[in-house]
Design a protein around this ligand. Sequence first.
Ligand code: AMP
Length: 279
Amino acid sequence: MNIKIIRSVKELVEYRDTLKGKVGLVPTMGALHLGHMSLVDQAVKDNDYVIVSTFVNPTQFGAGEDFDSYPRTEKEDVALLEEHHATAVFIPKASDMYPEGYNSWVEVFDVTQKLEGACRPTHFKGVTTVVNKLFNLTRADNAYFGQKDAQQVAVIKKMVRDLNIHVNIVVMPIVREDSGLARSSRNTYLSADEKKAALILSKTIKLAESEWAKGEKDADVLKAKMIKNLETEPLASVDYVAINHWDDLEEIKTIEAPTLVSMAVRIGATRLIDNTILK
Ligand code: AMP
């Protein structure tokens, strides 16, 4: 079966109207890797149709961020999606998603203001707006997101609850390279030396998991151990290490499961994130 390539909002609306059965949505920004494909594979199992969007959404990038240099690999993306049996790929133009005069935004407060939101203040407003548009366009029964972007999951779940959106959110675990490095489209920015240095993120996540398994419950103590470990890597500069309740992202002092341990670290010019949920 050939995958259907949909390049406009109008075409997607028309296509959706023809579908009878369960629809799964996998929102991505393209440059697809095995992390994305784990979402697609699950969606294919759960649904009759799977629509994958590969839209580099300009509204979720801040000034000075990597919108222009973000990898764009349409041909490879489409081939990979076809191989994994997605039914359609949505590749709209920014001018079609945000036409002249566009001025409506979906904004979730509080949970968006910490962690990634503190470093990237306009990011989640772009994410919630585009995901809402994708929910409306696809009328998906199920939508798939990765724990890799844990705060994004918390934000989307909150938006779905608050706005009574009829979609089931499915969260998939972080897919890593054999080395432990969390797969990310941004890993392509890393030089060979930086890629080695980037292993400090997953090693520090492992450290947090083993300290927790040994009985460490004090969030400040755990955070300090993690930062100390990250600082052993000369190419790393820490944006944040944080320990929050998983779901509402309230900051916590004493770790009681389920707890999100997350970090953002710059390796050279590349900003990487990683996390684990202590259960
Ligand atoms: P992106 O294209 O980076 O916006 O990611 C699209 C979706 O794929 C998001 O829900 C991400 O959390 C998810 N994703 C990205 N990398 C991974 C990974 N390594 N493992 C699992 N899911 C991922």
